[in-house]
Design a protein around this ligand. Structure first.
Ligand code: C5P
Length: 225
């Protein structure tokens, strides 16, 4: 059974303060989105990729992307709406499992993706790549109110890997009920499904602010040599 990957790439990237959405910034001679797609294409189990792009996207059509392997759908208002649009588009020929990966995480390691897929399929449960929190974490506004015990805290990364039908139902129901859904796992948790934590490399960060670009460019250069 092939796995289908879904790449939400319909965001505007407001925090990047750039003219272009962050998934279309150029690093090491390619857009961030192309780097992310190339990483997914290195995983043999991934049979095709569905990319959710913005309704007014003017960039995707210009990229040299294999249209046999990569399809597009129009994304939605929030990330979860974009992922649900991609899941809906797969209805005619539904896969058993889907792998959802942020366009804005071009540094992901294919070996981590393979481990995520293997462990989840082995246990028959969905899961996510996650990195242990390194810093001491505070809750507060202008002053610290509380220090959070960090022993059991993880950063949720992507990819996130779930059974197609369960994820679609969970996202649909959670969105209908107005739950706050910032990743696939939050919808699955909301619906009461188990979510495995699979240790992932901490350099798989999401490009968010201008400070992230130089480091991502350097690391991509290292990965490409
Ligand atoms: O904005 P944020 O960094 O959380 O976005 C994570 C990913 O979700 C990005 O790849 C972005 O393009 C995508 N996204 C989307 N549809 C939205 C908002 C974000 O596909 N409405």
């Amino acid at each position: 059974h092939g796995i289908i990957a879904i790449v939400p790439a319909a965001g505007v990237g407001a925090r990047m303060q750039s003219q272009h959405p962050k998934q279309y910034l150029q690093l090491q001679g390619k857009t961030v989105l192309e780097h992310s797609l190339n990483k997914l294409a290195k995983v043999a189990a991934v049979k095709s990729i569905t990319v959710a792009i913005g309704a007014n996207d003017a960039y995707f059509a210009e990229l040299p992307i294999d249209s046999q392997f990569v399809n597009t759908v129009i994304g939605g208002k929030e990330r979860a709406d974009s992922v649900l649009a991609a899941l809906d588009a797969l209805e005619a020929n539904p896969p058993q499992w889907v792998l959802v990966h942020d366009a804005a995480r071009p540094l992901v390691s294919p070996a981590d993706i393979e481990r995520l897929i293997h462990e989840c399929q082995h246990h028959g449960e969905g899961g996510i790549l996650a990195a242990k929190v390194r810093d001491t974490i505070k809750r507060g506004d202008s002053h610290v109110q509380q220090t959070i015990e960090r022993e059991h805290l993880y950063q949720a990364l992507t990819p996130q890997f779930f059974p197609y039908a369960q994820l679609r139902q969970a996202l649909r129901d959670a969105l209908t009920c107005g739950a706050t859904i910032t990743d696939e796992a939050s919808a699955m948790e909301w619906a009461g499904h188990p979510v495995r934590l699979i240790a992932g490399r901490s350099d798989n960060f999401k490009l968010t602010t201008p400070e992230d670009l130089q480091l991502a460019d350097f690391l991509l250069g290292q990965q490409m040599t």
